[in-house]
Structure formats: C-alpha cells, structure tokens
Write a protein of this length. Structure first.
Length: 302
C-alpha cells in the first residue's frame, strides 16, 4: 500500500519518479483513473495551500472528492481519528489525505486501515508533499540537487518543512545550512550546519525562509527585531549569488521573515512553489491510487 507519511520512506529513485510524473502533469499529460475513485481530505489544522492544491489535484485527476471539516463531523461527538478513517474506508473512500496537529498521527492508523494515507502535515513532524513541491521547484530551476547550497532560515525546531527538506536535500547531494535564533535550533535535525544569517545568504543557491510557528511555541515569541536579526532584508537580498532564488512554504509573515517587497521579486519562487504543489500532489495521488485501480481491474476480471 502506497502511504506517503515521511520523505525518508521514499528512495531517491521513487523521488525522481514522482518529480518526473509531476512534470508530466504540468505538461497536461499523465495517468488518470478510468474507474470511479474516492479520496477524502481530512484537515484538522488550518490550511490554504495544501488543502486547496490537493483538491485541485484530485479534481484534475477526475477523482471524487469527499471534503471533511472536523467541526462539522462526528469528531465533535468524540470520534477518534482511527474511527473516522475506518468509517470513510467502509463507505468507499479509496485514500485519505490528512493534516493533523499531532506529531506522527499516522502511527495509530498504520496496519489497521487498508487504504493509502497521505500525510498533509503532522504537527512539528513531517510535510512530505511540501518537500516534493520544493524539490520540483529547485529541479526546475537548477536541473539538479548535487552541489547546491541550500540554507533554511528561522524556526527550524518547530518546522515540519525543515525536517522533511533537510534530510532529503542532504540525501540528494545538496549542502544544507541552517540559520536562525539559537532557541529554535533543532537538536534532532542533524543534517545541516548552523551558520550566521549573512554567511548563509551569501553562500546559497536557494534561500529557504520559514514561518515562525507561533502556534507551536510554549510562550508567545517576540518577532519585533526578527527581520533585522534573522530575516531577508533588501540589503541581504543584494548579497545573494547571481541566479540564487528565494523560497518560503508560506503563509508568509510580511516584513517578519522577508521584506514584503521581495515576496514577488525576480528571485522569488514563492508563488511558483504553490503552482507546483498541484502537480506534485497529482503525482503523489497517482502513486497511491494507480495500484488500487489495477487491483480493481484484476478483481473484475476474475
Ligand atoms: N505551506 C503550507 O503547508 O501552507 P498551508 O498551511 O496553507 O497548507
């Protein structure tokens, strides 16, 4: 069964195959199911990009979309995540896309449900489809990962994007640097080297900024001097290498992680990342569902 829970479950070959499929979808080609296939999107945390790009991806593939909102479901009556997913499986969902505030929410489901689970972000844990769309954006720009220097800036400790990206970019041959406040260093994220913000920006082919994850902090953080101390100012943008690009998973805190005027500058790929999110998610859905359809055809022919 083709769950997608973390990036480290994917081999390099599988990652390249997903990126190739995403490119095919960008060109208007690629697999679509011939049978009726149902997918349910379960979002227990707020989302704009991931939720709607999954929905667009599903509709482009011709899937039947079962949208779920926790506040209008039996979650309000105490139903567990397992019972919700098992219910959807029972009534015909062929896969579930889940965003949840709990790290590793999927551990309660693995081996107990027989439909693919796609992780759309688990707490501070992982965000594999964000990672795949980031890889697609970098590959479109540079055609490779080997030898690139990619700096990840900010709230590393609470960022599932940093966790997913640092591991896979290192594995694919990039040199990962981290930069940000010492209190937000992640002792468990051992893939990158910490350097000062000016050094990181001057050395990087990709400057990847992160949102401050206030909702995951024990105490409210003061972001007043953050831009000057750690963010991408206009002066720092001038120090970037020729051809270097700016990325951010978004939503962006304007004039905190990055000066608002730079969000749509020539170097910025922030909206390109969102566009690529649809194609990367189409490829992930293909990986999850193609085998199911083949199994259905085999069963129909028995
Ligand atoms: N980048 C990202 O995951 O955005 P959303 O929270 O809006 O889905």
């Amino acid at each position: 069964m083709k769950n997608l829970l973390t990036m480290n479950q994917l081999s390099n070959e599988e990652i390249h195959a997903i990126l190739e499929d995403a490119e095919q979808y960008r060109l208007g080609k690629g697999w679509t199911p011939t049978n009726m296939v149902f997918v349910s999107n379960l979002f227990f945390e707020p989302s704009t990009r991931t939720r709607f790009s999954f929905e667009v991806a599903e509709k482009k593939l011709g899937l039947q979309v079962l949208n779920f909102t926790a506040e209008h479901s039996s979650v309000q009556k105490g139903e567990t995540l397992y019972d919700t997913v098992k219910t959807l499986e029972s009534i015909g969902a062929n896969a579930v896309v889940i965003r949840h505030q709990e790290d590793h929410f999927f551990e309660d489901l693995i081996g107990k449900v027989s439909i693919p689970i796609i992780n759309a972000g688990d707490g501070c844990g992982h965000h594999p489809t964000q990672s795949l769309l980031d890889l697609l954006t970098i590959k479109q720009e540079f055609g490779k990962f080997e030898g690139l220097t990619i700096s990840i800036h900010g709230d590393i400790r609470h960022s599932r994007v940093a966790r997913s990206n640092a591991e896979v970019l290192t594995r694919l041959g990039a040199n990962v640097l981290f930069s940000g406040p010492s209190e937000w260093r992640d002792p468990l994220n051992t893939f990158g080297q910490y350097v000062g913000v000016n050094e990181a920006i001057a050395k990087s082919d990709v400057v990847m900024l992160l949102r401050i994850q206030h909702e995951r902090h024990d105490e409210k953080s003061n972001a007043e001097n953050y831009l000057q101390e750690y963010g991408l100012t206009k002066d720092r943008e001038k120090q970037m290498k020729k051809g270097a690009i700016i990325m951010h998973p978004a939503p962006v805190n304007r004039d905190v992680e990055i000066v608002g005027d730079l969000i749509e500058c020539d170097r910025s790929r922030i909206f390109k990342q969102m566009e690529n999110g649809v194609f990367a998610r189409m490829a992930v859905l293909k990986r999850a569902l193609q085998q199911i359809e083949q199994n259905q055809e085999v069963n129909n022919n028995v």
